[in-house]
Ligand binder design. Structure first.
Ligand SMILES: *[C@@H]1O[C@H](CO)[C@@H](O)[C@H](O)[C@H]1NC(C)=O
Ligand SMILES: *[C@@H]1O[C@H](CO)[C@@H](O)[C@H](O)[C@H]1NC(C)=O
Ligand SMILES: *[C@@H]1O[C@H](CO)[C@@H](O)[C@H](O)[C@H]1NC(C)=O
Ligand SMILES: *[C@@H]1O[C@H](CO)[C@@H](O)[C@H](O)[C@H]1NC(C)=O
Ligand SMILES: *[C@@H]1O[C@H](CO)[C@@H](O)[C@H](O)[C@H]1NC(C)=O
Length: 433
């Protein structure tokens, strides 16, 4: 008896667990997306769309079952509704402004006492005013930049009406612009250009008026004029375009010495600097240079050259308005040490060798003659590789023996760099807008 009771309660527990599992799995099996194309103006129509999806994106065998979408749209007025498989759409309108929640729930149609398998909610905003967006963008006037005229900024101000149901189809619009600098303007088109004489924060106010004839109510058949208005504001921090890159400092350096250059940039912050030192001038892109986010209009650059020769510093500066490139040639000389210092050990070595040669000649024997030839062999090969003058001969002879020079490579790179093309000097301008 007790056993039966126990097994009964056990089966009850199992049952309820199974039921719970079923409910849980059913509730997590579906996603119900719900979107609306609001905000809308009073009397205009909004479309609210809902789609039932299987959770992991896959198509399940149950997807050919029938679903019922149950909408709750509160005080909104239903204009139209439609249902296709796993999609349902309603079109609503409202004579009053407000924020209205619209909810939907979905259940199977082929079962008795069916549970809701998914639900979701969206909020529709209805405004008594015209709905849209006012935007300001700064554009660049190329002529103005080239003439290096004082600061100022050209802006494009534009209004975009949001009217998904074409409610304003037959309306005629009037736009009253106030640019905040004492300039006002009235137009019939939604986009204007305005030139601000100074940079800084600008703010624009717009008053939009729409007017059209509408069919009269049932009471009076006469057509009446309808008017809607809207007020919009937008602000933008105007920036000064990058107008110049001034490279200050010595453009000559010596090997293994710091070259310090200061870059002064004319243009509004934030600036993005990108620089590269190579043997030739190159147009830069963001990937192959030293990137610096500048929070000041100057930047101190320091570089150590390992080899002598002709180099080019390529600089690219960009802000939100435009981009400018500039190039600077840099001459790197072999060393900071005076040639006289180098000559001293050379002379010492030479005298030692000459002494040895004299000693060897004096002792003149066939065996010792070979030694002299070895000494000669050490001197000769570098003599024709020198690019300039007799001081060079001495230095390069010392290259390997004195160890004062970094390596033979440096002697060779000197010659390589001399044959390079002369780089560009003029800054190249490119504009992003
Ligand atoms: C409700 O709808 C939104 C918008 O489609 C969606 O991002 C969200 O995942 C949905 N929530 C559920 C529980 O399905
Ligand atoms: C209008 O601006 C709002 C934010 O201010 C933005 O969320 C919305 O997507 C914009 N609408 C259009 C049509 O650009
Ligand atoms: C460059 O600056 C460093 C310190 O940052 C200094 O040690 C060096 O002497 C400077 N080089 C020249 C050529 O002025
Ligand atoms: C600019 O950068 C320096 C260091 O690079 C920092 O100390 C300073 O706070 C920064 N200034 C601003 C305004 O971000
Ligand atoms: C750059 O160098 C100048 C001197 O050449 C110095 O006055 C200035 O403080 C330096 N700026 C920075 C950010 O190191």
């Amino acid at each position: 008896m007790a056993q039966t009771l126990a097994s009964l309660s056990l089966s009850k527990v199992v049952c309820s667990v199974l039921l719970l599992c079923h409910v849980r799995s059913a509730s997590v099996l579906y996603d119900l997306d719900i979107t609306n194309d609001g905000p809308i103006t009073t009397e205009a129509q909004a479309t609210i769309h809902s789609t039932l999806r299987m959770k992991d994106g896959g198509n399940s065998p149950v997807s050919d079952r029938k679903y019922h979408f149950s909408w709750v749209y509160g005080p909104l007025i239903l204009v139209e509704s439609s249902e296709h498989g796993m999609d349902s759409t309603i079109i609503v309108t409202s004579p009053f402004p407000g924020v209205f929640p619209v909810s939907v729930q979905v259940m199977h149609t082929d079962c008795w006492l069916c549970q809701t398998i998914a639900r979701n909610l969206t909020v529709l905003e209805v405004s008594e005013f015209i709905v849209g967006n006012l935007s300001i963008t700064q554009t660049e006037d190329h002529d103005k930049l080239d003439s290096r005229s004082p600061t100022g900024a050209l802006t494009r101000v534009s209004f975009l009406l949001h009217d998904p149901s074409n409610y304003f189809e037959s309306a005629s619009f009037t736009y009253k612009w106030d640019f905040g600098d004492g300039t006002e303007m009235t137009t019939e088109y939604p986009t204007v250009y305005h030139n601000y004489s100074t940079v800084g924060v600008c703010s624009v106010h717009l008053e939009v008026a729409a007017e059209w004839r509408q069919d009269g109510t049932r009471m009076e058949q006469r057509r009446k004029m309808v008017q809607k208005t809207g007020h919009f504001s937008a602000a933008l921090e105007l920036m000064d375009a990058v107008r110049g890159i001034n490279i200050v400092g010595s453009t000559e350096a010596h090997v293994m010495e710091n070259l310090n250059l200061s870059l002064h940039i004319q243009g509004s912050l934030p600036l993005h600097l990108c620089w590269l030192i190579k043997t030739e001038c190159v147009p830069l892109d963001r990937d192959h240079c030293h990137l610096v986010a500048m929070n000041a209009t100057h930047y101190n650059l320091s570089h150590v050259f390992r080899d002598a020769g002709q180099y080019c510093l390529s600089v690219r500066v960009e802000n939100g308005v435009n981009m400018l490139q500039s190039y600077q040639e840099i001459q790197v000389r072999p060393s900071g040490i005076h040639p006289a210092f180098l000559a001293l050990p050379c002379i010492t070595l030479l005298s030692a060798m000459l002494g040895l040669a004299a000693y060897v000649t004096f002792r003149s024997s066939a065996q010792q003659k070979d030694l002299v030839e070895v000494a000669d062999f050490d001197f000769s090969p570098t003599s024709d590789t020198s690019p300039s003058g007799s001081k060079w001969n001495c230095r390069q002879m010392c290259c390997e023996t004195c160890c004062l020079w970094p390596s033979q490579e440096s002697c060779e790179t000197i010659r390589e760099h001399h044959s390079l093309l002369r780089p560009l000097r003029e800054p190249v301008k490119m504009y992003t807008m």
